[in-house]
Design a binder for this molecule. Structure first.
Ligand code: SDX
Length: 428
């Protein structure tokens, strides 16, 4: 694969030749694996310029606002596909035939129920527990229920755990919500689609028939699609690192959920809505934009900026359109949308944001849609985690199917004490 070379000249050392590989698209990579033998490590906190793996699942061009899943642009998938078809594509590399789609959809549907004992786990949580805390705990505990698919060297067993995780995450997520609001857990129904089933498990109550609004189900499905996968982001890299030690898939996905929770990552949608509510009205936007620009103020505009997208986030564009559709369909005049639209307009015109290439990201509009659907802010990142489970498990599966994959073990720049002898500081 190496068609070019990089030569590293280090004082007092012979030149070091490193192979350069080119992919289908994007930056070439310099293979630095032999550098350690020459007494040097690369140094890249935050992995700003580091490729951690070879992958063929998702490609992002941050400069052009491009997001491809197995080569298909996210905009085309969002307009023409659905989440279950996208799950098949991410897991298998190709779009399913009609028969494969039906078979996969049925496999997912028939795995949405949980062992009855899992419901007992929730009783150990405080009623006001954050649903992400419950999701982390219960998903990790799934490994105590499924012992028949923990041989990660067996692709069939890896597929089975992938199906179980994609199928069960919405059931667990809805249970966390029901536990928070003190309503009974709702069983999934096999006659509903993935998104319809999630809304049914979230909002139906024994006392009356719950009719799923097809517009909301379509918006939910689109939100699932827009969050499904995103290359080697923090939570996906967490899943890969956990999986590289041979940890079981349920533990790896629980690790991904934990990493996603942070406000700099998947927690941004919850933080963004809280920020919009704190700003509250159009006349306070300038005050908050000034705070965001003030180096001495830790405040950041949540939902803005991205490590990779230095142009628009294509998901935000689709999300914005969906946001208008949902609010129009529900005939909701949400003042927060006015604040969000004005904030976006100001930020896109402000020299600070232009210079730092800070554009609305996927989390900027999702919160407004979820709020319109009636989903509480605390559940926003839970929905992100549900959607991203297919991305996480696809990367986990890809890593384990690659020959010669190794446990991830970065090194460091050590700046602590040099060796020193122990001297007791107190008489003992
Ligand atoms: C997701 O990686 C992925 O793919 C993630 C994700 C996915 O699908 O998996 O896309 C999902 O996590 C989206 C991002 C959600 N996070 C937020 O909306 C939180 C707010 N955004 C930031 O915290 C920040 O923009 C990050 C974390 C998203 C990116 O951070 P970087 O790449 O490390 O950039 P940085 O923090 O070094 O910022 C560069 C500059 C800094 O100023 P200087 O030090 O150069 O003077 O831009 C400033 C920052 O202060 N800046 C912001 C800002 N984001 C960055 N200033 C104000 N408001 C912001 N939101």
């Amino acid at each position: 694969m190496a068609d070019k070379k990089a030569t590293v000249h280090i004082e007092g050392h012979d030149p070091i030749e490193l192979p350069i590989y080119s992919g289908t698209a994007g930056q070439d990579v310099i293979d630095v694996r032999t550098l350690g033998a020459h007494g040097h490590f690369t140094y890249d906190p935050g992995f700003m310029s580091t490729g951690s793996c070879e992958s063929s699942i998702t490609y992002i061009d941050g400069g052009k606002g491009v997001l491809l899943h197995r080569g298909y642009p996210i905009e085309q998938l969002a307009d023409n596909s659905n989440y279950i078809e996208l799950c098949y594509l991410l897991l298998n590399g190709e779009l399913p035939t009609a028969e494969q789609h039906a078979e996969f959809a049925d496999e997912i549907t028939r795995n949405t129920m949980l062992h009855e004992k899992i419901a007992v786990f929730f009783q150990g949580f405080r009623v006001d527990s954050h649903p992400m805390a419950m999701l982390c705990g219960v998903v990790g505990a799934l490994s105590s229920f499924y012992h028949d698919d923990l041989d990660i060297s067996d692709s069939e067993q890896r597929h089975r755990s992938a199906v179980r995780l994609i199928a069960k995450l919405p059931t667990i997520a809805a249970m966390a919500y029901k536990y928070n609001v003190g309503q009974p857990f709702v069983y999934p129904r096999n006659d509903l689609s993935y998104a319809e089933n999630f809304l049914h498990m979230m909002f139906s109550v024994p006392a009356e028939e719950y009719k799923v609004n097809p517009i909301l189900a379509k918006a939910m499905d689109k939100i699932f699609m827009l969050h499904a996968d995103h290359e080697q982001n923090a939570s996906t890299s967490t899943v890969r690192l956990a999986g590289s030690s041979g940890a079981n898939p349920y533990a790896c996905i629980a690790a991904g959920i934990a990493s996603l929770w942070g406000p700099a990552h998947g927690g941004a949608n919850e933080a963004c809505l809280n920020m919009l509510e704190e700003i509250g009205s159009l006349d306070r936007i300038d005050e908050y934009v000034a705070k965001a620009k003030d180096k001495n103020d830790p405040f950041r505009l949540m939902g803005f900026g991205h490590r990779v997208y230095k142009n628009f986030d294509p998901r935000a564009t689709v999300m914005r359109q969906t946001c208008h559709e949902v609010l129009k369909e529900l005939n909701i005049k949400d003042p927060l949308l006015d604040v969000a639209m004005r904030l976006e307009q100001i930020a896109l015109e402000d020299p600070y944001f232009i210079e730092k290439k800070l554009y609305p990201n996927v989390d900027f509009y999702s919160g407004i849609i979820l709020k319109a659907i009636g989903i509480p802010t605390s559940m926003f990142t839970v929905i992100f985690a549900m959607s991203r489970t297919v991305g996480w498990i696809s990367h986990w599966d890809e890593m384990l199917s690659q020959a010669g994959h190794k446990i991830g073990r970065p090194r460091q720049l050590y700046t602590g004490y040099a060796k020193r002898d122990y001297k007791a500081t107190t008489q003992r």
